[in-house]
Design a protein around this ligand. Structure first.
Ligand code: IPE
Ligand code: IPE
Ligand code: MG
Length: 268
């Protein structure tokens, strides 16, 4: 199989496609050209569970290990921000049993992982319409964020009850309020001001967006913020996603020419 990246030492991976060994891939990452911010859509838990003849929630539970691995790998590499899509506005339409199980899993995971986040100096943040989360989930989230607020190695951002359209809508509402109160005029509104009212206000836009499970869509994720992100899709189901898959995505990202509308010759 032709690999394009010229990798050596490949082997047949558990997911049925050629993977390089972890060290091969990690060594190929140029630490000077890392994305500052990686956004991920953790998808495929349900199909993974089905493959194992188990209920969907079994897939969600097994997805927690992937979250741990990816968070650790990103922090080790020196990524500054990692945003994970954990629950979309649209996910409320799932069967109540699944939604309840996901919300409970969130509480359990948050409570369990705070110590590890602190040990690894990772700050937890969240974006989304958080007030509409069940009280227990909201509380666990606020506690987790408070307990990790002084950490400065990496920021882990959970997108919860999040959607890109909601984010742009709430930014619009804030701007209109400011215009009504006379704080700003409509002429003053520029792209930077819009960005500063999104839930990601203080964060750089993600340079790389990774989606697992073979789906090729954004599903209402960070619509404004991903305007110029490099998109990377892998068929791997989220519960199978490991450090080497992240390395693979970053190696691929670093092989791309980001032109931002210019022509190749203009890129130094
Ligand atoms: C992603 O996996 C987890 C959430 C959306 C919460 P899915 O549950 O969407 O899994 P599939 O896509 O049905 O396989
Ligand atoms: C997107 O996955 C949301 C999360 C991963 C949290 P979905 O599985 O909900 O997306 P669609 O519905 O297949 O587009
Ligand atoms: Mg899905």
């Amino acid at each position: 199989m032709k690999w394009g990246l010229g990798l050596i030492g490949t082997h047949q991976g558990a997911n049925g496609f050629i993977e390089a060994t972890i060290m091969d891939l990690k060594e190929r990452i140029d630490s000077k050209k890392l994305p500052r911010h990686i956004a991920m859509i953790m998808d495929g838990n349900g199909r993974w569970a089905k493959q194992h003849n188990k209920p969907r929630v079994f897939g969600h539970r097994n997805g927690v290990k992937a979250v741990r691995e990816v968070t650790e790998a990103a922090a080790e590499l020196g990524i500054e921000y990692l945003t994970l899509y954990a629950f979309s506005t649209e996910n409320w339409s799932r069967p109540k049993r699944e939604v309840d199980a996901l919300m409970r899993l969130l509480v359990d995971t948050l409570n369990k992982e705070v110590a590890t986040l602190n040990k690894n100096k990772i700050k937890l943040r969240a974006i989304g319409n958080l007030e509409l989360l069940p009280t227990k989930t909201h509380r666990a989230l606020l506690e987790g964020m408070d307990a990790t607020k002084d950490n400065d190695r990496m920021t882990l951002i959970l997108a919860l009850n999040y959607s890109g359209k909601w984010d742009i809508k709430q930014a619009t509402q804030q701007l209109i309020q400011k215009a009504i109160s006379g704080e700003i005029t409509s002429d003053e509104i520029n792209e930077e001001m819009v960005a500063n009212h999104l839930s990601t206000a203080s964060l750089p836009d993600p340079e790389l967006m990774i989606r697992t499970s073979g789906e090729h869509r954004l599903s209402n994720y960070l619509l404004w913020q991903l305007a110029y992100a490099e998109l990377y899709f892998t068929p791997v189901f989220w519960p199978d996603f490991r450090k080497n898959h992240l390395y693979q995505a970053i190696v691929d990202f670093q092989s791309r020419e980001r032109r931002f509308g210019k022509i190749s010759e203009q890129i130094a």
